[in-house]
Design a protein around this ligand. Sequence first.
Ligand code: F0G
Length: 355
Amino acid sequence: MPYQGVIARYKKYLPVTKKTPFVSLQEGNTPLICAPGISALMGPKFKVYLKYEGLNPTGSFKDRGMTVAISKAKEEGVKAVICASTGNTSASAAAFSAKAGLKCIVVIPQGKIALGKLAQALIHNAKVVEVRGNFDDALRVVKEISSNYPVRLVNSINPHRIEGQKTASFEVCDYLGCAPHFHFLPVGNAGNITAYWKGYKEYYSHKKISYLPKMCGFQAKGAAPIVRGYPIKNPKTIATAIRIGNPASWQKAIEAKEESGGLIDMVSDAQILSAYKFLAQEEGVFVEPASAASVAGLFMMKKRGYFKKVKNKKTIIVCTLTGHGLKDPNIAIKSIRRPPTVKASVEAVLKKAGL
Ligand code: F0G
């Protein structure tokens, strides 16, 4: 059977029935890439893998949850969906709604959406509304609208989103033949850490894995409400995807951290950008800045001696890379020097190319 998306592959673990229409763009089945550059920095007892979610159809992990949320909405006769977004949820909701023939409304913080994501929501014909405010303001508005009007909320507070997203942990375990020992990922609205942890626990209870990983989540320093212990009124970070001051799944993220014996910490924009460049230049993997928070967190924890107590002969670490680098081309161009322009001659090009 050719691959047909996460619902077809994992339906046994998902809230679908024979009556559910599968609205799929063949999301999921993303590569778990071996990262020799990062592994070398960690030392000989460590093997690091990158779960490259940027290779989903709309370029982010959101597609895993959206296929389930939109399929269930369709099954239940819903005609329109709505979400607040820092960009990726809206791109995914817009694409799956287009496929399902549903109306899609997206509410985004004005001027804070990466260019690629805005282009996606617009071209898939979503009704895009910008609000003067941040993601948290947008979420407050869409929650209220969805409780008073016949439109289904497809943010990750919709449990179907979490159900779909948990399939990423299934894929990691199926590929490795075991669980990783540590799972690093960025944290914004905290849906993804919630979903991964749920997935790992389910695989454990089905005896598909014999131990559980420690969940290690990273917020951006200027948008780190969970780490600081209070909501942030004006979250700030270049990683616009995780520019969130009051995460909806805050409590669930704390549960994931505590139950797994992991941690939730924060990384600066400088650390994020440095990991972002490392991934592109040493591993050949182009991600959007928020995605690099997982690897920035790994580097920081290594420096702090977090792994000193690890006794395993081989420790497997998975870092989720949540979104594709092409989502936010401006950041890439801004963080690297512009290419020089020279005369169209062999000599001039060779001279500049340093050959
Ligand atoms: N990385 C990327 C690229 C994201 O787009 C998001 C969230 C996260 C990480 C954090 O995941 O919210 O589950 O903790 N983006 C949402 C959006 C908020 O609207 O696209 P989370």
